[in-house]
Design a protein around this ligand. Sequence first.
Ligand SMILES: Cc1cc2nc3c(=O)[nH]c(=O)nc-3n(C[C@H](O)[C@H](O)[C@H](O)COP(=O)(O)OP(=O)(O)OC[C@H]3O[C@@H](n4cnc5c(N)ncnc54)[C@H](O)[C@@H]3O)c2cc1C
Length: 409
Amino acid sequence: MSSDSPIIIVGTGHAGLSVAETLRRKGYEGEVRLIGEEPGLPYQRPPLSKQYLKGEWDESRLEQRNSGFFEKNRIDLVCGKAVTDIDPASRCLRLDDGSEVSWARLVLATGSRVRRLGVPGAEAKGVHYLQTRADADALKKAKENVRSVIVVGGGYIGLEGAAAFAQAGIKVTLLNRGTQLLSRSTSTPVSDYFYRLHHAQGVNIEFNTEVVSVNVVEGQAVGVTLDDGRSLRADLILVGIGVEPNTALAERAGLRCVDGVAVDGACRTSVSGILAAGDCTAFTHPLYGDTPIHLESIQNAVEQGRIAAATLVGEEVSYDAVPWFWSDQYQDKLQIAGLARGHDLEVIRGDDKGARFSVFCYAQRKLVAVESVNAPSDHMLSRRLLKQGISPTPDEAADLSFSLRDMLA
Ligand SMILES: Cc1cc2nc3c(=O)[nH]c(=O)nc-3n(C[C@H](O)[C@H](O)[C@H](O)COP(=O)(O)OP(=O)(O)OC[C@H]3O[C@@H](n4cnc5c(N)ncnc54)[C@H](O)[C@@H]3O)c2cc1C
């Protein structure tokens, strides 16, 4: 074993694959092994709650790369095997079949896992989550035979799932804990827009509701009981109440973890020779001050994968990419550039009661995020404005005749 080979990557999701392919693109010649617990070739997760759930895409379109790609690039893909332990001292890891693998450098790209509904009855048949291809397959199959669905959670998974069900003519009730949809991630005008959109499609949205139990008959979920005492019936329950970073391996190995595996701008963890990338990480970002952030997005997974690979081949790099995200619901597309945390001003560009607008979010008069509904050019320009640290004044942002493009260097 040379001092830089093999590189072992744990997790075959977007971040893990990005590390492996960037290593080869950068000319790394050593051994690369990608180990993941899920069966089959690495696949795209976003379509699981969109095109795939709606039946518009078949399974083959989910694949990120075909098997020939891994052969051609000499990436040893090990699927269906979980890493159970890593030992930084001996640079050895153990798989769930008992075998051991040595590494010279290790990348953790273990992603996140769904938060489970912790109420009586929640483990019954008919209660679904949506994180993996297997979850999506189970949900698609169940969807064929249901007439009513309860969606627990008004975040992205809940809303995209609700849209897919409503479009299939299924009666949907969506239960939201607070008073606003997408409350963790979007401004009030955007969450109000998506409320109106779902309402117009016949989705019944209940705010300020908490599920206290799942009602079960002969092992099958038949509805839920709410904290106000009401019982709602449904043939299927989809739970989308967020995810948590997969840090168990890292924690057991003594890596520093705070709401994710702590990494620096070069994706290095607190232990030499071990890097991390994607949903499993937490890090400080030059655009967002000293408080560590944790992102759950394709942009972050792919970008951190590239950064980790660059670090592994000895480049001096530091992560400063502007975060971005998207969600598709019905025919509408939401695109977010930046992070709207702790902002104190929201400025609307366009007509938020129409079908195309953007919300510019400011913190102390500095632009921190732009949320665009069906306005892709605003989104692309905003990413460049944020990257260059340029803030239009609130008046300029609100003025459709003002050219944002002309502000760019
Ligand atoms: C249904 C759905 C829709 C989404 N839609 C969007 C969207 O529209 N836009 C967007 O930006 N983001 C979206 N996301 C989020 C995005 O998919 C994630 O942020 C991204 O997949 C993170 O990539 P990752 O590689 O870090 O983790 P993951 O994709 O979660 O991959 C991690 C992999 O590691 C494996 N693993 C974990 N522990 C071990 C172990 N011990 N041993 C072996 N393997 C292990 C896991 O099984 C998994 O396969 C969506 C997510 C879901 C679930």
